[in-house]
Design a binder for this molecule. Sequence first.
Ligand SMILES: Nc1ncnc2c1ncn2[C@@H]1O[C@H](COP(=O)(O)OP(=O)(O)OP(=O)(O)O)[C@@H](O)[C@H]1O
Length: 268
Amino acid sequence: MADPPALSVSDLTVRLGSATPVAGVDLHIRAGGRLALLGASGSGKSLTAAAVAGCLPPIARAHGSVQVGGTEVLHRPAARRAAAARVGLVVQDSATALNPMARIGRQLREPLRRRGLSRAAAAAEVDLLLRGVGLNDPEPILRSHPGALSGGQRQRVCLALALACEVGLLVADEPTTALDVVTQAAVLELLRQRTGGAGGPALLFITHDIAVAASLCDEIAVMDAGVVVERGPAAQIVAAPGHPATRRLIDSAHDIERDLVAATRWAS
Ligand SMILES: Nc1ncnc2c1ncn2[C@@H]1O[C@H](COP(=O)(O)OP(=O)(O)OP(=O)(O)O)[C@@H](O)[C@H]1O
């Protein structure tokens, strides 16, 4: 039998008081697929991601359906979800995603111990996970508290933590926005290597950057004012954008590229 979709969102609506920042969103990611949810600031991407990950703000009222791995989870906060319906979450601000009081080693071993690994097996797996996300000298990282790490190191630890939970779906909400360009490229490459395909988790990648969306994901869904206005294969959306919101995102990417070329000429 075919695997159930990693994510199936139908008619998702999120209300915050009298505002409706997410209005009737449908999304679909096949097992091992990668979808970018693309949109300008305030278009409703993060609230959609929060509904999927089970961490909407308490004042939010959500309707519709969110199925992870075939299980309905919309009204189940992250901590109350069955293991098969858990979602790994990597957010922009990794400083808030980790417990500031606990050493990295403990935070990474915990989910592995919960999965039934022995103390020794969990320690070996943590070592592998950190090396797998490019932290090739794990010992000092394991002994550190989150505040002692750089933003790039913390983001890699968050990715390792999400992978330690062996989820079928990873939600990455602007995971590289707070990083310098070199570290951004490294973290994006890691996401490319560690998600998608037969073995890795599916990916819901939240971004306002169409170039990043198209380079990492097979499909793109564009949000504008709480609604998905366009969706399709990434190459097709970039080559032939059908909605003004998508064209605006492409134009702003071209503007940045033009500025960069002009600055390079100026400097040389
Ligand atoms: N906790 C909250 N309380 C009140 N309003 C909120 C809350 N979270 C989001 N909003 C509002 O809902 C709308 C959508 O927010 P959301 O964070 O989903 O947008 P976004 O597309 O992710 O934007 P960005 O790229 O800037 O993060 C915005 O107008 C935002 O101000």
